[in-house]
Design a protein around this ligand. Structure first.
Ligand code: X8A
Ligand code: MN
Ligand code: MN
Ligand code: MN
Length: 304
């Protein structure tokens, strides 16, 4: 099958420089040849050239809205075009604000797609519920229709429209959720399999329940937004917001294999790899984990 790889060198959604080097780190780790080794037709589109802007709004609760808004439009165009060309899209981050554009672009091509969000965090703060103002903690709030009444005006996001229903999202791996996010998740009934559920039910049941919850008929295109910090920090130390007690590589691989097995995985984000954090060994470990997850999203199976 055909894959289109897009580098998304964005870091403005969070304060720690380095996520803009995530795509190149994954390429240097051999990602493209490993995907080709799976027999895939891989088109590496290189990194998006994200326009740089001087921020013109300084009193907004969200930081860098102009740069993130501009990047989101560019990402959406690129993801849309990739999917419309008949390729599964692989978007390499870059911080998780990249998902605003990747999910919106996916929804333009496949309006009824569902989202599996694998992350230590819920990333659904609004600018008003966020205590940090960092937009990598907000992407889903920009996309979920039911949250819109709670959002303040957000300049520079005119091109991004809410495109998701709460019932079409499921979380796996949560273990650091802010109060405002918890309120939104409960109020909207967003399906959530935190590390508690992973421990309680095991990963097989969590994946099965998550998929059934968002797509009971098993016929919708799937968007996997995978934040590398979903994995245990021992597996992904080079990331900006690590939280102990994360997914094992076996659990991460299992999620990827099961989504791949549906044959409906249409867009994959791999977010929050920051090669500037930690030492070389930490970088290698993190990049290797990211590549392993991606390989299992695209057909590699532990059974052979
Ligand atoms: C949990 N929410 C955080 C982290 C967002 C992580 C984004 B991701 O893309 O990596 O998942 C953290 C907010 N906390 C900061 C420290 C004090 C308590 C709140 C936020 O800044 O909104
Ligand atoms: Mn920078
Ligand atoms: Mn996270
Ligand atoms: Mn995230």
């Amino acid at each position: 099958s055909k894959v289109g790889v897009i580098g998304v060198p964005i870091h403005m959604g969070q304060p720690r420089p380095g996520t803009e080097h995530g795509p190149e780190a994954m390429r240097e780790g051999g990602l493209i040849s490993k995907l080709e080794g799976l027999g895939l037709d891989v088109e590496d589109q290189g990194d998006l050239f994200l326009e740089k802007h001087d921020e013109d709004i300084h009193d907004h609760p969200a930081k860098n809205v102009k740069n993130v808004g501009s990047a989101s439009s560019q990402i959406a165009d690129s993801v849309y075009n990739t999917i419309k060309s008949g390729r599964t899209c692989l978007a390499l981050g870059g911080d998780h604000s990249m998902a605003i554009g990747s999910i919106y672009g996916h929804s333009l091509a496949e309006p009824d797609h569902v989202v599996i969000w694998v992350d230590a965090h819920a990333d659904i703060n609004t600018p008003l519920t966020s205590s940090s103002g960092n937009m990598h903690g907000m992407p889903l709030s920009f996309l979920v229709k039911e949250v819109q009444p709670y959002l303040p005006d957000i300049p520079h996001f005119d091109n991004i429209k809410p495109c998701l229903s709460a019932k079409n999202i499921a979380y796996i791996g949560l273990r650091d959720v802010d109060p405002g996010e918890r309120y939104i998740i409960e109020k909207l009934g967003i399906h959530s399999f935190s590390m508690t559920e992973v421990d309680k039910f095991g990963i097989k049941d969590c994946v099965e329940k998550a998929l059934h919850a968002v797509d009971p008929e098993g016929n919708k295109p799937i968007h996997l937004s995978f934040d590398i910090d979903a994995l245990d920090p021992s597996l992904a130390p080079s990331t900006g917001t690590p939280v102990p007690g994360g997914l094992s590589i076996r659990e991460g691989n299992y999620i990827a294999e099961e989504l791949a097995a549906t044959g409906r995985l249409t867009c994959v984000d791999l977010a929050e790899v920051n090669p500037k954090l930690g030492n070389d060994r930490d970088n290698e470990t993190t990049v290797r984990s990211a590549i392993t997850i991606i390989q299992h999203c695209f057909g590699n199976r532990r059974q052979g």
